[in-house]
Design a protein around this ligand. Sequence first.
Ligand code: AMP
Ligand code: ZN
Length: 492
Amino acid sequence: MTIQLFNTLTGRIEELSPSDGKALRMYACGPTVYDYGHIGNFRTFLQVDVLRRFLKLEGITPKHVMNITDVDDKIIRNAAAAGVSISEYTQKYEKAFFEDLNALAVEKPEIIARATEHIPSMVALIEKLAAQDCAYKTEDGSWYFRIAKFPDYGKLSKKDFSGITDGARVDVDEYDKDSARDFALWKAPKPGERKWETALGPGRPGWHIECSAMATEYLGDSFDLHAGGEDLMFPHHENEIAQSESASHKTFAHHWFHVRFLLVEGRKMSKSEGNFYTLRDLLLKGHKASAIRMLLISVPYRQQLNFTFDGLAAETGAVERLRTFHERVRGVVPAPQENAELAAETAKSRESFHAALANDLNTAEARAAIFDLVRAGNAAIDAGTVGRENAAAMLAVLDDFDQVFAVLEDRDAEWTRAALDWAEREGRLGEASAEVVAQSALSDDQIQELVDERTQAKRARNFARADQIRNELAEKGILLEDSKDGVRWKRK
Ligand code: AMP
Ligand code: ZN
């Protein structure tokens, strides 16, 4: 099956395949590690994860590079305010970022590149640009890219910059979205700032050159796909193209993959609106990492996702339903005969699942195909008409599904626990909901002990004690289910 994907550069849906016949070389802009990641950031990283996981499912090996921006205006400002070095400052957030990716079951890219460890490639690229008069040095010792030398400027964002004023400059990383100005490649140091002594003079790299240099270092002058959130299209990605293509005279990235921004409860997420959430905020409030992953990926990457707490509750239920179904299929006692109708439903679901993802990564349709199977499968299990091959086929579809969606394995309690441990270390336990704190007060072993004690109490006809234990556990969000095979418990 060929993978069709929208390409921002051409404005069309096009086939995506490794141009070197080996690996799909892709670069995704990574985080600026100056704070904890928010759910908008993670929506983008998760959609890139869906893409790479689907490539693998289709037998394509990704060679995926992600940068860590560990020096920029904000980092320098925040580190100075905290009175620590920039590396000390960024290490903390970089570590937190990878912990969060882990909790969200995001696979690690093959290559992770820190900007501060790639200064020589950035310097070499700027020198190459300078040799072609595409870069110039200003009086203060900074270097700028000369936009007037790149007539294709604007080709990605489709902005018309025909009236470019030669020499108009900007030195901040984020600037006016409607104007084209020469941007900083290398910034002369301000007093007290971290600086590198290089052939360009002392200073530090601009943000855009980082990505051009690191992408080229690992993937070559030309590679298959470049990804990021939609906000990066201009100026960041436009600038990457201008720098890289001016230096190499080759097409930088063939495919450009942009993830639409997320809204929260219908509005732009912002601290001042009070609708700004990091992953940790949500875990501390008792939301499950798997449900957050499911919600952030279930709306296709080119559609606007409106994150709501109702939506999150619905996804918690959806994940639960999938896990229960998975358990049921695994434990099914096979009927003597195969069920032809179910076999057809299963094959259809598998086909629709793959076709949906191959069609511009339509996660909503892929997910719907799986829930069709859950419905048909549950009905057949209830009727006792699932044959051995039926069960194996359903498990195979669930396996494909989970290679991309990655929600079946239940590690939710572990991630909540980790968030609580972090909150405790940071003196932020007050942000956790009372229920989460109460639940976490009990380890799995302690819960099992209480459950066993209750069973003993019931056997001894001490119903008062048995009820007392049930209530105590319920208060801590632990639910008990009596069944003929004993008592099962789960965290709410
Ligand atoms: P940053 O750490 O700010 O450089 O952002 C990391 C990634 O998250 C980039 O690809 C951004 O485009 C993306 N991003 C930031 N905010 C949002 C949002 N609200 N929705 C989706 N992606 C976002
Ligand atoms: Zn970038």
